[in-house]
Design a protein around this ligand. Sequence first.
Ligand code: HEC
Length: 127
Amino acid sequence: MAVSLFLEPASAEKTVKLKAKSDSKPTASSKKVAVGSLTQIAHGKKLFERLTCAGCHPSGGNTLHPYRPLKGPEFLSRYKEDGQIEKLIRAGVARAGMPAFSKTQVNDKDMKDLIAFIRSMTPSTNK
Ligand code: HEC
């Protein structure tokens, strides 16, 4: 993945759409997946640890349900859009032991950063 995309601070929500920087290839913008800035990904990683996600999902794995990691091609095919990941994290999966995270626990900005970090664990997000 091209990590050089956004080095400006992650203040803008518009980072979801790739800006037509002179050197960016048009193919990279075609998916409904946020390409996080480095700032977002770094913050998302901190949240991932602070919110205890990393306890059950070390390195994007899944200690309770190993067949449900947060990375890799199958994960990508189950979660084509970031909104689907957010829904799952907000609702949790009670019967499986995945806690629900409310907006009080994770506000919308933090949720974006968290998802940017999760996405970053699968290098080839852009097919
Ligand atoms: C107590 C353990 C636990 C914690 C803490 C936890 N999870 Fe999970 N998570 C699970 C389990 C178990 C599943 C599998 C649910 C299923 O089988 O449907 C899961 C599933 C998921 C999935 C969907 C994976 C898939 O392939 O369908 C995502 C995304 C996810 N967790 C993100 C997070 C994030 C982000 C956090 C922290 C904010 C977090 N989880 C915290 C146990 C946990």
